[in-house]
Design a protein around this ligand. Structure first.
Ligand SMILES: Cc1cc2nc3c(=O)[nH]c(=O)nc-3n(C[C@H](O)[C@H](O)[C@H](O)COP(=O)(O)OP(=O)(O)OC[C@H]3O[C@@H](n4cnc5c(N)ncnc54)[C@H](O)[C@@H]3O)c2cc1C
Ligand code: SF4
Length: 334
């Protein structure tokens, strides 16, 4: 059988797994990645929920599975056209790539926390995002800008998710459990630190998540307050003063912490509006059918995998990436 070329746009865990599975199905995949290396967001995380396994272990396994597969890096695809018998992807620099079909595995972008001015991100030095906290864990050093270890940390849920004001109405699904995991890891990294999570609803939906939520309270002493921070301000000694409405007891609350962590949500990347595929209300690509066609797009020959269609865990992403290869094999009648 002639090996047909399948374009895999995006080299995160979805793209790496899809390419490996496509090769197993007898195709010749080409990964096209906009950054300088593959791995996507997972390559930026430290330890993963629910087991606290190292993110690097996932990347290493997928790198081994996709070893030898052709890839192009530093190449952002900006347009995609499907015609009878093939798909053409064109990069920002004008390079053209042709394939018999394409898998769009372009993932998500992190919400820009600067858009929520009331939390002071970008203005106050001890307001950071959950992605920046992952980097601190990776560096093995959780510290305030001054270099001191924080004694009190607040973690704020739903930043740039479930928020009409910034046009992001969807739930980003993985940030509640990320907030629980990061609270536990903070207590492990900084002995004696007090961590408080502020949430609207706690969505601990997956296997082992509820247990992790319970462990964080019983074993790690993490506190949870149902409420929204209405405003963050900076004190003279660069600590962060929070105004909160505790929505369970219906009382306003003030608290000063050394560090505020914003659990930023997932938003649809720019390519969702430039690839000519149908999108959902949340901006992510729309699957052809939510039950039987989750990895097919609205356009024949163009397929979808991972968080390109909305927030997902790594496990869900990997499963879709395997499924997409099988679906392509079936559709192309190989
Ligand atoms: C703070 C945080 C922590 C998380 N922690 C966990 C965890 O502990 N456990 C867990 O199961 N899940 C976790 N997740 C979810 C996990 O990150 C996702 O499931 C995973 O990243 C999805 O992989 P993906 O390949 O679909 O997308 P991505 O990781 O976003 O990868 C997409 C890739 O496509 C590339 N790309 C995008 N557009 C283009 C283009 N136009 N042309 C070429 N390339 C392009 C990008 O550069 C990127 O490399 C976390 C998420 C967040 C936000
Ligand atoms: S998963 Fe939790 S923190 Fe994330 S948007 Fe949904 S409710 Fe908010």
């Amino acid at each position: 059988m002639a090996q047909e070329r399948i374009l895999v746009i995006g080299g995160g865990v979805a793209g790496m797994q899809a390419a490996a599975a496509l090769r197993e199905e007898g195709f010749s995949p080409l990964i096209i990645e906009r950054s300088s290396k593959t791995g996507g967001h997972v390559a930026q995380w430290d330890r993963l929920f629910p087991t606290q396994a190292p993110a690097q272990a996932v990347i290493d396994e997928l790198s081994a599975a996709s070893q030898g597969i052709e890839s192009v890096t530093d190449c952002e695809i900006t347009s995609l056209t499907a015609a009878d018998g093939g798909v053409t992807a064109v990069s920002a620099g004008g390079d053209r790539y042709e394939g018999r079909a394409a898998v769009v595995a372009t993932g998500f972008d992190l919400f820009d926390a600067r858009l929520k001015e009331e939390y002071g991100y970008g203005m106050y030095e001890n307001v950071i995002t959950s992605a920046e906290l992952e980097q601190m864990f990776r560096d093995g050093r959780v510290a305030m800008k001054s270099g001191e270890a924080p004694k009190r940390v607040a973690i704020l849920h739903c930043v740039g998710s479930r928020d009409e004001k910034v046009g992001q109405n969807h739930c980003s699904k993985v940030c509640c459990i990320t907030g629980i995991k990061q609270a536990i890891e903070l207590t492990e990294a900084v002995p004696g630190v007090q961590v408080t999570n502020f949430y609207m609803d706690l969505r601990a939906f997956g296997n082992g998540y509820e247990e992790l939520y319970r462990k964080s309270q019983v074993e790690n002493g993490v506190t949870y307050i149902r409420g929204r921070i209405s405003e963050a301000g900076e004190t003279q000694d660069k600590r962060i003063q929070l105004k909160v409405e505790d929505t369970l007891v219906g009382r306003p609350l003030r608290m000063t912490v050394d560090m505020l962590v914003l659990l930023v949500g997932m938003r649809a990347p720019g390519c969702c509006s430039s690839f000519g595929l149908e999108t959902q209300a949340n901006g992510f690509f729309a699957p052809r059918d939510p039950y039987t066609g989750t990895v097919a797009s609205s356009v024949p020959g163009v397929y979808l995998a991972g968080t390109a269609t909305g927030p997902k865990t790594i496990g869900e992403t990997i499963n879709e990436a395997v499924a997409v290869a099988r679906r392509i094999k079936r559709d192309l009648g190989e």
